[in-house]
Design a protein around this ligand. Sequence first.
Ligand SMILES: NC(=O)c1ccc[n+]([C@@H]2O[C@H](COP(=O)([O-])OP(=O)(O)OC[C@H]3O[C@@H](n4cnc5c(N)ncnc54)[C@H](O)[C@@H]3O)[C@@H](O)[C@H]2O)c1
Length: 306
Amino acid sequence: MAGYLEGKNIAITGAGSGIGKAIALAVAAEGANIVVADYGVALDGSEPTNVIAESVAGEIESLGVEAEVIAGDVSRMETGEDVVEASVNRWGSIDGVVCVAGILRERMLFNMSEDEWDAVIAVHLKGHFTIYRHAMAAMRKQDSGGSIVGITSGAFTASTAQPNYSAAKGGIVSLTRSAAMTAASISLRGGPRINANCIAPTARTRMSEKVPFEFETGDPSDIAPMAVYLLSEAGREVNAQIYSVVGRRISVWNQPKEVRSMFSSGKAWTPEEIEDVLPRTIKQEANPFIEDLERRMKEMAKEEGN
Ligand SMILES: NC(=O)c1ccc[n+]([C@@H]2O[C@H](COP(=O)([O-])OP(=O)(O)OC[C@H]3O[C@@H](n4cnc5c(N)ncnc54)[C@H](O)[C@@H]3O)[C@@H](O)[C@H]2O)c1
């Protein structure tokens, strides 16, 4: 249904390729003007160029809406400000932001360099903060409010080869929940309605090229309808949620909460008391990723034995 986002002005980081580009084209096809924010870098964050962002802006304009280009690094505060201002100055508002920009620097934890850690945390986690910070400040001043969409990953739960990426994606989940709480407190005080949610996508792009997918995967265009919905007036009902999107499947994540407690009989616990009581009472929570690893190791050992 073209026109679902008619009249809205939306900024999308990482809109130059992959999932960001698919989202930008879908949002534009629904009638929104777009700020194309992309540094045009290689997968590891090197060799920036504005060519990619300019080219996507051209494609967007051919759909009959307007486009602005910000070819800066989203991990810099001024880029966050420039992205939001580009929309407000040209069209009078910023109605939604989608933070898709990302890079990869894969390495096991025990081999990772400080640079590999810092670069990934900067682009993903700080790259969300720089946009959220300026978008929220503008949206709370607009009667029409706005929508904030972060991009996390199923890897926010854990990743052996990408601990920096996993930590950044976990940070994005917590930052987005914090933005959602801020948004709720703004509207409960009679201010405009703002929502903040995350999508955890899986799609075939240059970033996922080397992932040996054992599970279903899909195309970047499969991710776009969920982003369009979350940016829409109807989507404004949804707040503080994480949705996985892959192919035809959309799943909602649970909200983290404590599941069991134990109380000391004396003033405070001693380590010896914890050693005695914990295994009998609150125990450990099963970790599906370690269980899966154990299962796969057993299967491999069995195959090697045959
Ligand atoms: N592809 C998947 O299966 C998958 C899975 C989980 C999460 N994700 C997330 O989806 C997002 C998009 O990934 P993709 O697969 O489309 O990758 P991609 O490499 O095709 O696109 C990433 C884009 O971000 C831009 N970018 C990188 N650093 C930037 C910076 N500092 N400032 C501005 N722009 C910058 C790049 O130029 C590129 O256009 C990422 O956040 C990624 O972590 C992807």
